[in-house]
Design a protein around this ligand. Structure first.
Ligand code: SF4
Length: 534
């Protein structure tokens, strides 16, 4: 069987980082880990080609070669997913779809033309699909019916199918699922609340495979919550550290974790020693009442500011997500987020308006309250320029305007530089061999692509723009007071090349959507009153 795997195109988002990718001559931030995992789970006597539409078009030769087309994607990719299914069907090819979008909304109209729907986690449903297709079936829907697979048997993803030069960072996965129960989260719907992890040796074998393929850049552990199963994470980290030492620390790691990471010094120490240089935290909001409404209680147990500082002190840069539009939220939520981010200095603060994702606790509650303004098929997913898809408890225009103001304030060039400077004064010294190779004691040299990127940033921010005085003052200050973090300081300053432009995208797209809203859309309080029995 000749299987053509197609990964649909993403719309441009906060995380697409095009301007930064241009600087380092890469096309996309991360590869489609799900697709290469699917390829590893399918029979290895099949032949595979992978076309990531974020990197390039599918070629005519690939269409002509294929006997079967497999497409997988997330809710935000559904537009291109539908287009690629239609392309394949026009060519008379059978199409199988899977991934988070198909699993959460298998009856979405975008998937109507697909022949096979391979839902949920592939470890369980791909064998059903293989059996069906090999016995001559021309259609089918395969679901795990709530069963979650053990991932200790998952094979090494077929990283060899990727065009490695196109990606800035590589993806691997250690665990799936998260023990918490945030109301808006679809991770726990898709992957469950009992985190399942791979064996340490399994992950190390994946890293070794990437190393043997020549990969030498950063790696994102795409786990929903890397510390969801703390015991197993602590079994992995010593093995990871040892592997890194033996290979002269070829990879830096980033991941996502819950805020309670800050309460576990042993974990932070182990992560820092394995060369984790950043971690994404879902902080969501500094408003405690909103955290309680969202059932994100783990974020209310200790000071969020102190948590950020503790993680930072281990030399691990904090990135964070923030949400506006929670029920009961008071005016000024956007400004309070700006103040929190400014106080903590978090450089990359991702903001979005609350979205009810299909099948989440939030979705079910709002459905019951009659407040959804989209059906499942119309849900667009989390994108930084999507308005709320439900009737909020305060005017939607106020939320949208606060959001735009907060986003623009966070990435105003001088404010961004001030924040990054204050943050990098606090970032702890790296706990790995940053400058020397452990194997030989020889110095490490920076990659030419990094040197080129840094020169462009120095030219733009330090010479061309009116940030130049700040740039040199701050750079010299970091060089003097926290020299081991100078390179990272410049890298993070470079990130604003993307945010600068993204500010106008956010403003324009939100204003466009506001224009289409009916003027009288009432806040939820009055809707609720109407719904209440007399
Ligand atoms: S901590 Fe993160 S992954 Fe876990 S339930 Fe909450 S939002 Fe989802």
């Amino acid at each position: 069987m000749r299987a053509l795997l197609i990964y649909p195109e993403f719309p441009k988002t906060f995380w697409s980082y095009e301007k930064i990718l241009e600087l380092v001559n890469r096309k996309v931030l991360l590869p489609p880990l799900g697709m290469v995992t699917v390829a590893a789970l399918l029979p290895q006597h099949w032949e595979f080609k992978l076309a990531d539409r974020n990197v390039r078009e599918v070629t005519e030769a690939e269409w002509a070669w294929a006997e079967l087309v497999i497409i997988s994607g997330m809710i935000v990719q559904k537009g291109d997913m539908a287009a690629q299914i239609a392309n394949a069907k026009q060519r008379g090819l059978p199409v199988a779809v899977g991934g988070p979008f198909a699993s959460s909304t298998p009856d979405a109209p975008e998937l109507d033309l697909a022949d096979f729907k391979v839902l949920d986690e592939g470890e369980i449903t791909l064998p059903m699909f293989i059996e069906a297709i090999e016995s001559g079936a021309s259609s089918g829907r395969f679901s795990s019916n709530g069963e979650k697979p053990d991932v200790t048997g998952t094979p090494i993803p077929r990283f060899d199918l990727l065009e490695l030069d196109a990606y800035d960072s590589m993806s691997v996965q250690f665990s799936r699922g998260c023990p918490f129960q945030c109301e808006f989260c679809d991770i726990i719907v898709l992957y469950g609340r009992k985190p399942r992890t791979k064996e340490p040796a399994q992950l190390i074998a994946e890293l070794q495979f990437l190393y043997d393929l020549g990969w030498r850049r950063s790696i994102f552990l795409v786990d929903d919550n890397f510390i969801g199963n703390k015991r197993n994470a602590k079994l992995l980290l010593p093995a990871l550290k040892q592997w890194q030492i033996e290979h002269d620390y070829p990879f830096s790691f980033a991941t996502e974790a819950s805020v309670d990471l800050a309460a576990d010094d042993e974990m932070m120490q182990m992560m820092a020693e394995s060369r984790f240089d950043s971690v994404f935290l879902g902080i969501e909001t500094p408003d405690e009442a909103s955290l309680e409404t969202a059932r994100k209680l783990q974020n209310t147990r200790s000071s969020l500011e102190e948590s950020v500082d503790r993680i930072t002190s281990y030399g691990i840069r904090v990135m964070a997500g923030f949400i506006i539009g929670f029920d009961g939220e008071k005016t000024g939520a956007g400004q309070r987020i700006v103040e929190f981010v400014t106080r903590t200095g978090i450089p990359a603060a991702m903001m979005g308006m609350l979205q009810a994702l299909p099948n989440t606790g939030l979705w079910h509650r709002l459905e019951k309250e009659g407040r959804l303004i989209q059906d499942k098929a119309a849900a667009k997913g989390v994108n930084q320029t999507n308005l709320l898809n439900f009737v909020p408890t305060r005017p939607i225009r106020d939320i949208a305007n606060e959001y735009v103001d907060a986003f623009c304030a966070l990435y105003e060039p001088n404010a961004y530089m001030d924040r990054v400077h204050s943050y990098y004064l606090k970032v702890g010294t790296p706990r790995w061999h940053q400058f020397l190779r452990p194997s030989t004691g020889a110095p490490k040299l920076p990659a030419m692509s990094d040197v080129r990127a840094l020169s462009i940033v120095v030219w733009r921010q330090g010479i061309k723009r009116n940030t130049r005085t700040r740039f040199w003052r701050y750079m010299l200050d970091i060089a003097r007071r926290n020299p081991s973090q100078l390179e990272q300081f410049l890298v993070v300053l470079a990130h604003n090349e993307h945010f600068l432009e993204y500010r106008s995208v956010v403003t324009m797209e939100i204003q466009e959507q506001l224009k289409t809203l009916p003027p009288e859309l009432p806040p939820a309080t009055s809707v609720e009153k109407e719904l209440q029995p007399a």
